[in-house]
Design a protein around this ligand. Sequence first.
Ligand code: FAD
Ligand code: SF4
Ligand code: SF4
Length: 379
Amino acid sequence: MNTKIMGQKELQKEVMEAHFCTGCGACINLCPYQAYYRDQVVMLHPCDLKEGGCYAFCPRTPTDLEALKKRLFDPKDLTPELGAVKGFYITRAADPGVRAGAQHGGTVTTLITLALQEGIIDTAVLTEEGRDLLPRETAVQDPASVKKRGRSKFVVSPNVAEFNRIAKEGGKKIGIVATPCQALAMAKMRMKPLKNYAERIDQLKLVIGIFCGWALSWRSLVEVLRKKIDLSEIEGMDIPPSKYHVLHLYTKKGILQISLDEVAASVRGACWYCPDLTAEFSDLSVGSARLPEGWEEAKGWNQVIVRTPLGQKLLNLAKEKGLLEFRQVPEGNLPKLKTASLGKKRTAVKNLKLRSRDSKNLFYLDPEDPVLGVIAAGL
Ligand SMILES: Cc1cc2nc3c(=O)[nH]c(=O)nc-3n(C[C@H](O)[C@H](O)[C@H](O)COP(=O)(O)OP(=O)(O)OC[C@H]3O[C@@H](n4cnc5c(N)ncnc54)[C@H](O)[C@@H]3O)c2cc1C
Ligand code: SF4
Ligand code: SF4
């Protein structure tokens, strides 16, 4: 696979026009020529640089994922299904106040707050609710303000654009909450492929990944929901395990269930080609839990994959300080997560093969990759 760095023109053709853009924000705030507007990247001016950060950091330009994993993680932790796994846990915030404002167990909020309190980071890039369900990327310094940014927004938030904006100022220790595509963009930056951006990425001190099955396209989602409810009544959303096949809307009047058949057409196109469920390029990754008691209990807990020594240190510290509660991981949880993760890789590879009609052309994925290549060969 040709991983040569190119410029904006090629990014436009290979990623944006091909509808592979995930909206991660990695190509924004590097230069004045691109901006993010209402869930879309907008090209403001053409750029004739032959090699640009926009192309180099984009998670949808060709990447040698295997080389990246070997550089960033302990090779003995690497698994084909989930990337690096140092440890696997079920946790939740000990503070009921944190849990009440969180999506599931509040593990992400707890860990980011602790990282700020301990000085591991001094700035956290998070997501907050904007108008009409359009999320906003934001940077916070005050540990007490993290819990006001809890809960998942199922429309993409260009968090990497906010990283680029604040890293330009220099002298920071930045942590970021990232979807899998955003965590990959950060990993590509960490390789320092371009000299002009090398110093900025040294300010990245922590990546907390969140699991991500898919995100929703803002315009299409709003169109579907407006027919059912006044958007100002929506307080949150969730997607229970796939057997329920529903989207839950948390409203002032209770939970409104919408069949996934109704929202399937609103899934962001790029997500059908995404091979990462668990944010493999993070220090630790957090998702919803699966428990024998069922979803009502499980939705108050998280599954956590620790991937790096820093991720382990942070989780241990949260345990020592009594900030996170742990419960035994039910037998079978890790194999089930591996199966789900492989399922997402298989779907991505299958859809890319259908697009190219050539098993040797997986666009930005490497047909020789030891995991994805084997999947491609078996399809
Ligand atoms: C689009 C999307 C799809 C998801 N799909 C799955 C899935 O299929 N399976 C699964 O197990 N989990 C999925 N999750 C993760 C899950 O919803 C929770 O984020 C995770 O379980 C952590 O819960 P928590 O209680 O610790 O989070 P909280 O403590 O509430 O913290 C959530 C954090 O996520 C940040 N955040 C919110 N929205 C976004 C966003 N759009 N982009 C980046 N950061 C954001 C917030 O700033 C906050 O820091 C998804 C999340 C998103 C945003
Ligand atoms: S995927 Fe990210 S970096 Fe690539 S074009 Fe889209 S927003 Fe820019
Ligand atoms: S499914 Fe993949 S491409 Fe879509 S938002 Fe999640 S991580 Fe990004």
